[in-house]
Ligand binder design. Structure first.
Ligand code: ADP
Ligand code: MN
Ligand code: MN
Ligand code: MN
Length: 333
C-alpha cells in the first residue's frame, strides 16, 4: 500500500510569504524524502533555472485525510542544498542552537479574520454591523460567525499532534485566535505554519477564506496580531531576568518593528489595545504597552513576557529568532 504526503512550504511572495502545498504518493515503508518544485511559479527562482528543493523538517499525521497520510512541512533549499534566500527557518535554527543553554520557550497567539463574499464574515451586505464590544469571547448567533470552522480546525490541530493550547473569538466581528505553545522556537514556529495551513484548508470546505492581514477593516475595529509570549530558563526562575528581557527588547525596538510583519504601522496606532509603533514601553497587565508582564508573573516573581507588537502576518521564524537573539545576547554580555 501507499500513503499520501502533503508537502507544505513557504513561498517567495513579498512583502508577506504565503503557503503552498502539493501531494506526493509514497510507498508505505518509506519516510518522506526530499522533493522539488517549480520555483518560477512561487517567486523563488527565474524560469531558466527554476528548480528548488523541498527538504522535510517536520512530519505529522494528516488530520484531514486520516489513515497513514501525512503533512510534511518543508524548508526550501537551493539545488546545492544551501538554504534558499526565502528560508527564514535556517537562521532561526542557527540562533536557537547558539542560545540553547537558556532554553527559550515561545507561545504564539495567532489572530486571524474570516472573509466571505469579500467582507469579514458576519459583516452585513451594504451596511454596518453593531460596533465592537460584544464579539470578544462572545456566544450567540448575533455575536459569533464561523465557530463551526474554528471547532473543526481545533480538532484537526489536536489530531495532528500540534501543541495548540486554546482558541477564542476576538474583538472584531469574524475575528478569532488560536494559541500554539509553549515550546522551543522551531517547534512553535513550525506548528504555527502547519496550523495556518490547516486553517486555510479547512475553511475552504466552508467556502470561507481566512486572512492574516493586520488591519482588515480601518477605523474603529481592532487589528489582528500575533502576540508572542517568551521566556528563558532564567525568567522562569526569578523576576530580575523578566525586567532585563523587557529592557533588552527596548534597546532593539526599531529592528524588531521592521521585521514584525508588513503593515505594522496600520495596526500599532496606540489605539485598540496597542502601543504606537514609534514608541517602546512595557508594564504589568498593560494591554496598551509594547510588552506586557502578565499579572500572575508580577505576583509570582517569575514566568514570561508578552511581546504584543508582532502582526498576525508575521513570520514566526523571524520573530522568535529576533527575540531570542536580542534577549539572550544581553544575558551572555
Ligand atoms: P492573553 O491573555 O494574552 O490572551 P493567551 O492565553 O491567549 O494570553 O496566550 C498565552 C500564551 O502564553 C500561550 O500561548 C501559552 O502557551 C504561552 N505561555 C505560557 N507560559 C509561557 C512561558 N513560560 N513561556 C512562553 N510562553 C508561555
Ligand atoms: Mn490571547
Ligand atoms: Mn487576542
Ligand atoms: Mn495576548
Amino acid at each position: 500500500m501507499v500513503y499520501r504526503a502533503e508537502y507544505i512550504w513557504i513561498d517567495g511572495q513579498k512583502p508577506t510569504a504565503k503557503l503552498r502545498s502539493k501531494t506526493r504518493i509514497v510507498a508505505d515503508a518509506d519516510a518522506p524524502q526530499e522533493w522539488g518544485f517549480d520555483g518560477s511559479s512561487t517567486e523563488q527562482a527565474p524560469g531558466d533555472s527554476s528548480d528548488c528543493v523541498l527538504n522535510p523538517v517536520r512530519v505529522v499525521p494528516d488530520p484531514i485525510r486520516g489513515g497513514d497520510d501525512k503533512l510534511v512541512l518543508c524548508e526550501v533549499l537551493n539545488t546545492d542544498m544551501t538554504p534558499h534566500d526565502t528560508n527564514t527557518r535556517a537562521n532561526c535554527a542557527e540562533v536557537s542552537s547558539r542560545y540553547a543553554s537558556h532554553e527559550p520557550w515561545f507561545g504564539i497567539e495567532q489572530e486571524y479574520t474570516f472573509f466571505k463574499d469579500g467582507r469579514p464574515h458576519g459583516w452585513p451586505a451594504g451596511g454596518f454591523p453593531a460596533p465592537q464590544g460584544g464579539y470578544y469571547c462572545g456566544v450567540g448567533a448575533d455575536e459569533i460567525w464561523g465557530r463551526d470552522i474554528v471547532e473543526h480546525h481545533t480538532e484537526a490541530c489536536i489530531d495532528a499532534g500540534l501543541s495548540i493550547s486554546g482558541t477564542n473569538a476576538e474583538v472584531m466581528i469574524g475575528q478569532w485566535e488560536f494559541q500554539i505553545g509553549p515550546g522551543d522556537a522551531l517547534l512553535v514556529s513550525d506548528e504555527i505554519w502547519l496550523a495556518r495551513w490547516l486553517l486555510y484548508r479547512i475553511a475552504e470546505e466552508y467556502d470561507i477564506s481566512a486572512h492574516l492581514m493586520p488591519k482588515p477593516v480601518s477605523g474603529d475595529w481592532n487589528g489582528a496580531g500575533a502576540h508572542t509570549n517568551f521566556s528563558t530558563k532564567e525568567m522562569r526562575e526569578s523576576y530580575d531576568p523578566i525586567i532585563a528581557a523587557c529592557e533588552a527588547l527596548g534597546k532593539k525596538a526599531d529592528v524588531h518593528i521592521k521585521q514584525y510583519g508588513a503593515g505594522i504601522e496600520q495596526r500599532l496606532t496606540g489605539l485598540h489595545e496597542t502601543a504606537p509603533w514609534t514608541e517602546y514601553n512595557y508594564g504589568v497587565s498593560d494591554r496598551g504597552a509594547s510588552v506586557r508582564i502578565p499579572w500572575q508573573v508580577a505576583r509570582d516573581g517569575k514566568g514570561y513576557i508578552e511581546d504584543r507588537r508582532p502582526n498576525a502576518n508575521m513570520d514566526p521564524y523571524v520573530v522568535t529568532a529576533l527575540i531570542t537573539d536580542s534577549v539572550c545576547s544581553e544575558i551572555d554580555g
